[in-house]
Every structure is written in structure tokens, then in C-alpha cells.
Design a protein around this ligand. Structure first.
Ligand code: SAH
Length: 258
């Protein structure tokens, strides 16, 4: 039997229309779609009739399928000659463990492709009216995971480099670690008045954005009960939101749906 193929596809950050054309073509052609928790379920309606849909999501801290089982699943389905889509939120290469899956596929001789997606750290700010770079405000941008400290037993981040060398920082999985993020950035050189934003469920109908400064954002996030999934965005670019926010403003203009 012919061997199948695995497509490691980025679903985009939430708005289902933010998947790429190539990603959508893969979805429509797939015999099997193995999808993660943060993938917009509306995308699954584009699966062809009879396609097998497998939830591989994990709630924070809990694993529905552990990574080895997912790797195994992809291999087995492809060995059965099937076209498999591994659908991941945002971009599969940004905190998406795509490296681990691709490595396994490569070792087992299974053909695969990576289809990039739009990552939340850029898209959620964009929908909040915040471009992550700007000629006047930011010429560098870092994507950082705030998660992992516990696993490795010590802080894995180079805080002085982040605080002093990067203009805009997007922290993923950062809500739980917000106090630590703010303390460290201030300790290593960012001004306490540096603008900060949290964008929850970015690019979806439930998007919420709060803004403040490094010194105040923790309390503001608490007051509004901001939870994951959210991007913690730090940098002068956050100020631009006041002038150019569009998505949430747009939503308010629309008549209430019944
Ligand atoms: N591969 C994904 C990131 C997976 S890690 C990507 O490229 O976007 C999961 C983290 O991504 C969440 O904890 C949150 O910090 C961020 N995230 C994912 N979707 C989001 C959304 N719609 N709005 C805000 N943050 C989001």
C-alpha cells in the first residue's frame, strides 16, 4: 500500500478566516484531522464527508493525548495510506511542538509538510490595534514563552537581554506568570511606565483587551479576570491602540445580534 502524508498545519489564532489557503486545501483533502484545543472548531466543518476528527488537545496542565501517542497516531494513520492533517492553533512552529512531531515522522520515513499559520503574538495585537513593530517605536520584537520555569526548576529566560535589548515582547502562556514577568522586566531595566497590554481570545468574537503599564498591568488583569489564552504584550507600541484600534470598536458599532 502507498504510504500517506502528514500536513502539519497552522490553523491561525482564532478567527477561522485567518487560516492560509494552503492550510484550508489540506483540511478539505484530509482523511484524518488531529486537532488541538485552541483550534477554532468552525474549521472542522470544512473537513470532507467521512473524515475522522481526533481531538488531541490538552487543557493546561492536563494532557488528553500525550505527545508520544500523538506522534504514534500520525505515523500509524500515514502508514495506512491516509492523508493526515495535524491542525494546531496559530503557527505550528511557535510553541506548537511541531519539531517533535516532524522529527518522529522523519525518523519513520513518513512524508510530511509544514504549513505555517498566523501566530497569536502578532495577530491578537493586530486585532487590538497594536502593530508589533513601528518605525517610531519598535525595531525589534521577541516571542517568548512564560511557561516552563516550573519544569526546568529555574528561570529559563535571559531577563537582562529581554529587558534591555528588545523593544516589543509578546509573552505566550503568560497570564499565570504576569507578576514575575513585570517584576523581572523592571528589575533588569524596563521603565515601570512601559506600556503593557493583555489580549484574551484574540481575533475571536470574545476578544478582550486591557492596557496599562508594567507597574499596573497585574492589578488591571486581576480586576478584569483576564485568563489564558492571552498574549501579554510589552512595549511602546501598545500606545498606538488608542488611535488605531478597530476590531473591538467595529464590533460595538454592529447591531446586537439576537
Ligand atoms: N502555536 C500557537 C501558540 C501555542 S501556545 C501560536 O502560534 O499562536 C498557547 C498560547 O498561545 C496561549 O497560552 C496564549 O498565550 C497564546 N494564544 C493562542 N491563541 C490565542 C488567542 N486567540 N488570543 C490570545 N492568545 C492566544
Amino acid at each position: 500500500m502507498n504510504i500517506g502524508k502528514v500536513f502539519l498545519v497552522g490553523a491561525g489564532p482564532g478567527d477561522p478566516k485567518l487560516i492560509t489557503v494552503k492550510g484550508m486545501e489540506c483540511l478539505q483533502a484530509a482523511d484524518v484531522i488531529a486537532y488541538d484545543r485552541l483550534v477554532n472548531k468552525e474549521l472542522l466543518t470544512y473537513a470532507k464527508k467521512g473524515a475522522e476528527l481526533i481531538f488531541c488537545g490538552k487543557l493546561p496542565g492536563k494532557h488528553a493525548l500525550i505527545q508520544e501517542q500523538i506522534n504514534q497516531l500520525l505515523v500509524e494513520k500515514a502508514e495506512q495510506g491516509l492523508t493526515v492533517v495535524r491542525l494546531k492553533g496559530g503557527d505550528p512552529c511557535v510553541f506548537g511542538r511541531v519539531g517533535e512531531e516532524a522529527e518522529e515522522l522523519a525518523v519513520r520515513g513518513i512524508p510530511f509538510e509544514m504549513i505555517p499559520g498566523i501566530t497569536a503574538g502578532i495577530a491578537a495585537p493586530a486585532y487590538a490595534g497594536i502593530p508589533v513593530t513601528h518605525r517610531d517605536h519598535a525595531s525589534s520584537f521577541a516571542i517568548v514563552t512564560a511557561h516552563g520555569r516550573e519544569e526546568k526548576g529555574k528561570d529559563h529566560l535571559n531577563w537582562p537581554a529581554l529587558a534591555q535589548g528588545i523593544d516589543t515582547i509578546a509573552f505566550y502562556m503568560g497570564v499565570g506568570n504576569l507578576p514575575h514577568i513585570c517584576t523581572q522586566l523592571i528589575r533588569y531595566g524596563k521603565k515601570p511606565s512601559t506600556p503593557a497590554a493583555l489580549i484574551e481570545w484574540g481575533t475571536t468574537d470574545q476578544q478582550r483587551t486591557v492596557t496599562g503599564e508594567l507597574a499596573t498591568i497585574e492589578q488591571i488583569a486581576k480586576d478584569h479576570q483576564i485568563k489564558n489564552p492571552a498574549i501579554v504584550l510589552i512595549g511602546e507600541v501598545v500606545q498606538l491602540r488608542e488611535k488605531i484600534k478597530w476590531f473591538e470598536a467595529e464590533k460595538r458599532k454592529q447591531p446586537m445580534s439576537l
